[in-house]
Design a protein around this ligand. Structure first.
Ligand SMILES: [Cu+2]
Length: 405
């Protein structure tokens, strides 16, 4: 009996750590929930605790969930596995010199109203809002206020002891039916025109897959060697251990600056395919006007064409959990030559470059799957020869083609 008892104890001891780790690794809900009240009030302290279990905990179940150590700083596709070492991330991204944001563009600066728009759609929408909708709303409100005031004063009981018994007035009834209809038509025409422009994108020059995660963003560049960028919010100097990267003014304002920006070329049509790995997030960059939900299991599409190089910040705009407020979006628009340099600094290739990206070519040639990943893709994808390789192209390119139209 004693032996059996010991055996049970040992078995239990062996099982417990695994069982205990599972919930932490998955959602980290116990830790995150516990820390969340503090996190909301004082992001710094709780930040490392919850932010730490982001990619490594979910992607690599075996890795030690050392939250404080993992912290931020993924440094792109090459680094996530590194996990605990945050210092090496900096050298990886340092060859490409990022620019500082320009005040007044892409950054909230205390002004009221919409941010300065840098896309054609944004300009059209902002003009529609500022020069038409707002004026119309103001005019209607003032008219109704004036009518009410006049009625209250002119027809008050003291001045008008015998009320009118009028029950019908054809002219007024026609007017108060017709005028609202005309107003709605006057709103609908520019509104539908704007929607048409927004949802009939020109052919995409660059396609980027945007993935929301609790609570950070990943950006994949399927046309450029299929590399991936992991983007986390930068914390303040006092919030990170010595030696780790913290936010500076060149990175951007607090709560918006990120360690890895989403970099896109200026003057090109960039298609964003937006989805999520866990819950519903929303991708929103105010200066671009676009806002679209990132739903798990669904590909949404939006697009931008930004001519003005610069840095533009946005945020997740769907309440997605304890650290929803701490997953900003930083977009850097760069001239095409600098975009190519940035792609190269991330280990990617430009579409025209000598080694053809694997994602595009495998879709049309499932017969020779092993050769292409071996030549082009530095990813661990190369291992599964027949099953995994065709699976990926069939989903990704087919969506791309369908969405191109
Ligand atoms: Cu979110």
């Amino acid at each position: 009996m004693k032996l059996i008892g010991w055996a049970v104890l040992i078995a239990a001891a062996g099982l417990t750590p695994a069982a205990a780790q599972a919930p932490q690794a998955q959602g980290a809900s116990p830790q995150a929930q516990g820390a969340s009240p503090q996190a909301a009030a004082a992001s710094p302290q709780a930040g490392p605790a919850t932010g730490g279990q982001r990619p490594d905990a979910t992607l690599q179940p075996g890795s030690p969930t050392s939250p404080a150590a993992v912290a931020q700083q993924p440094g792109g596709a090459a680094d996530p596995a590194a996990g605990t070492a945050s210092a090496p991330a900096k050298p990886a991204s340092s060859p490409f010199a990022h620019v500082a944001p320009t005040p007044g563009y892409g950054v909230p600066d205390g002004r009221r109203g919409l941010q300065e728009q840098v896309t054609a759609i944004g300009e059209e929408a902002a003009s529609f809002h500022n020069n038409w909708l707002l004026l119309l709303c103001a005019a209607i409100s003032l008219f109704v206020l004036a009518l009410l005031s006049y009625t209250m004063v002119r027809y008050r009981r003291g001045r008008n002891p015998v009320p009118s018994r009028t029950s019908h007035n054809t002219t007024i009834e026609v007017l108060w039916t017709l005028v609202p209809v005309l107003i709605l038509v006057a709103i609908a025409i520019p509104s539908i025109r704007l929607l048409r422009h927004q949802y009939s994108p020109p052919p995409a020059d660059v396609t980027i897959k945007v993935i929301g995660n609790q609570w950070y963003w990943t950006y994949q560049y399927p046309d450029h060697g299929d590399f991936e960028i992991v983007s986390n919010m930068l914390k303040e100097r006092a919030e990170v251990p010595a030696g780790q990267r913290f936010r500076t003014d060149a990175d951007g304002p607090p709560l918006l600056a990120v360690d890895e920006r989403l970099v896109i070329p200026a003057g090109k049509v960039v298609k964003f395919i937006v989805t999520s790995n866990d819950v519903i997030h929303a991708f929103w960059v105010p200066a671009f006007w676009n806002k679209i939900d990132a739903n798990p299991g669904q590909l949404n599409e939006t697009w931008v064409k930004v001519d003005r190089p610069g840095v533009y910040f946005g945020q997740c705009t769907e309440l997605c959990g304890a650290r929803h407020a701490f997953m900003p979006i930083g977009v850097e628009v760069v001239p095409e030559a600098r975009f190519a340099a940035w792609v190269a600094s991330k280990g990617g290739t430009m579409p025209g470059a000598a080694p053809q990206p694997a994602a595009d070519s495998t879709g049309s040639s499932p017969l020779t799957p092993p050769a292409i990943p071996a030549a082009a893709a530095p990813q661990p994808q190369a291992a599964p020869p027949t099953n995994a390789t065709p699976a990926k192209p069939t989903t990704a390119p087919s969506q791309g083609v369908a969405n191109n139209n």
